[in-house]
Design a protein around this ligand. Structure first.
Ligand SMILES: N[C@@H](CCC(=O)N[C@@H](CS)C(=O)NCC(=O)O)C(=O)O
Length: 204
């Protein structure tokens, strides 16, 4: 398999999932500034939606959209429990989380990173604060979104929480999210993904 990604973006979530799954894969980087891949192709040639992530399967077919890619990876390795079994109520709960993160967090950042008007930026920060507050309440004292077990929803959540500082948002009012982020980032597979994308700060 091959994952088309761009450093630190939403493609980090499937990158983490692939490493948690311990599946073999190659990485192909897209430059966010130019929209070109490291092999010189334009991103549009791989995904005519023009964005990452794209998971290319060994038969050459391609899957896009974070939520779909995450579930696909999880279902390749059911014993890793990265997602509840398809068809169960718990699986719909996972989809509820994934959809919330995609639409009420991930996409809300848009004006913060695309030179939005001042009013759009302010409203985006307010909306994100509202979503973070709701997430914090739902998380309660659980270590992970689905309870005791890490799932691909946590991979997606930590990916979008990583953007908060660059978006001018201090996560301190939501200590549950701060500790979930720290807990997830300490997982060996997550550290490996962060390291591979050059996102781990070296101390000293
Ligand atoms: N709906 C898509 C959104 C993917 C997306 O927003 N990708 C961003 C990175 S987080 C991207 O590749 N943007 C390319 C660009 O803005 O040129 C999904 O869920 O996968």
């Amino acid at each position: 398999m091959k994952l088309y990604y761009a450093t630190g973006t939403c493609s980090l979530a499937p990158h983490i999932a692939l490493r948690e799954a311990e599946l073999p894969f190659d990485l192909v980087r897209m430059d966010m500034k130019t929209g070109r891949l490291e092999d010189g192709r334009a991103m549009d040639e791989v995904n005519d939606k023009g964005y990452v992530p794209v998971l290319e399967l060994d038969d050459g077919s391609r899957l896009t959209e974070v939520s779909a890619v995450l579930q696909y990876i999880a279902d390749l390795v059911p014993d890793k429990n990265l997602a509840p079994r398809p068809g169960t109520m718990e699986r719909y709960r996972l989809q509820e989380w994934l959809n919330f993160i995609a639409t009420e967090v991930h996409k809300i950042y848009w004006p913060l990173f695309h030179e939005g008007e001042e009013v759009e930026v302010r409203k985006a920060r307010e909306k994100l604060a509202h979503s973070f507050g709701w997430l914090e309440r739902k998380l309660g004292s659980k270590p992970f979104l689905m309870g005791e077990i890490f799932t691909v929803a946590d991979a997606y959540l930590v990916t979008v929480l990583n953007w908060a500082r660059a978006g001018g948002i201090d996560l301190a009012p939501w200590p549950g999210l701060v500790s979930l982020r720290a807990r997830v980032r300490e997982r060996p597979a997550v550290r490996d993904a962060l390291q591979a994308e050059g996102l781990l700060r070296t101390k000293g």
